[in-house]
Design a protein around this ligand. Sequence first.
Ligand SMILES: Cc1cc2nc3c(=O)[nH]c(=O)nc-3n(C[C@H](O)[C@H](O)[C@H](O)COP(=O)(O)O)c2cc1C
Length: 445
Amino acid sequence: MPKQIHLAAHFPGVNNTTVWSDPQAGSHIEFDSFVKLAQTAERAKFDFFFLAEGLRLREQGGQIYDLDVVGRPDTFTVLAALAAVTTHLGLAGTINSTFNEPYEVARQFASLDHLSDGRAAWNVVTSWDAFTGENFRRGGFLAEADRYTRATQFLATARELFDSWPADAVVADKDSGVFLRDGSVGGFRHTDQHFDIAGRFNVPRSPQGRPVILQAGDSDGGREFAAATADAIFSRHGTLVEGQKFYQDVKRRLPAYGRSRDSLKVLPAATFVLGDTPAEAQEKAAVVRRQQVSGATAIKLLEQLWNRDLSGYDPDGPLPSIDPDISDAHIARGRASVRMNRDPVAVAREWRSKAEAEKLSIRDLIIETTNRQTFIGTPATVAASINDLVQQDAADGFILVPHVTPGGLDEFADTVVPLLQERGVFRTEYSGPTLRDHLGLEFPA
Ligand SMILES: Cc1cc2nc3c(=O)[nH]c(=O)nc-3n(C[C@H](O)[C@H](O)[C@H](O)COP(=O)(O)O)c2cc1C
């Protein structure tokens, strides 16, 4: 029996992947767009619909960075509304553990799980930076090293709240007049380094017991957090070699927590471009890359590494000969990863020599270096690649990020999914009503 593939649909909002200016693109805010993508995903029997979260608009040079996520309606509001227009599709929301409180978040997820009859999932992220924190009067709150401590304690606290109601607590027997079996349900008292709360949880146990837990951090701490607590991990490692390395790394951490290999699904983000022939798909992919990286975008992305105003540079000209500014004041705010993991001067040197050797303009170079396209080909070759990566343990499935919202999943649903179904590696019908059923996860006792 081949491994079964899991698929999710990411609604990304306006960002470097989506092409909002494409003639086919619709609104990233209006409810109709969310409905369209969710219903396509459900028609194609996807496991879940996924919303990322941005708590503060990113800025560059003191202005809203309008090539990144601009305008993001509230996650719970959107997912609750989607619960009413879908029947089986899982509904995953990204909610951070740094600026929220466990009681509130547990209540929201338990409510979503009730409203959707057991389809809620929580992507626990830590998004720690002080710039985001200012929105919450918590600028500078929580050193990087403490993020996963709070996340672990946050999740443990939320679990206690979810578990504070037994499944059979509500009797509601009209004849006897008994509503609750036992009036002591919902009680909790939790004290640790970050939380000191007591009371009674106000939502009875939901259909899945607890929402499915996703995790999206990549550091050692993030991976350990996933191994200890998550049901699925959203990663950036979607190629064969990188994917296998990541997959092995997180799966080998599971036994220490008494967990089986299957209890944590690895789901990298993936984009796709389809064509009738491999050559046509490659041509389309090149067009999409040029749409994703306009001249103005190329300069903005270059500024993020150089940490300088480069608005005077010609995107079709050569790279700046001046080195990046490595001071602490950064031109791009709210995008912590820009500076964290690399040496800007060394990367700038690499980029300059690559551009010189291959005669690339600024725009050409950015198109290459920021390329995240995963699957390019005919429906048959894309279906084969997806299946190969899953069967070879580079992933358990993918979170697909269409570049056109909201219709960008239609072609995949109509052409690639049937081929995966023919191979017997993707469901033709949902086997149960809840997201735990789709992901093959156990229900919490
Ligand atoms: C694939 C992926 C998706 C992420 N999505 C979000 C998101 O939607 N919102 C958010 O605030 N942080 C998001 N994060 C950031 C993580 O929560 C975390 O703050 C960041 O990766 C730093 O943690 P790390 O050092 O463990 O990687 C994402 C991270 C990854 C790897």
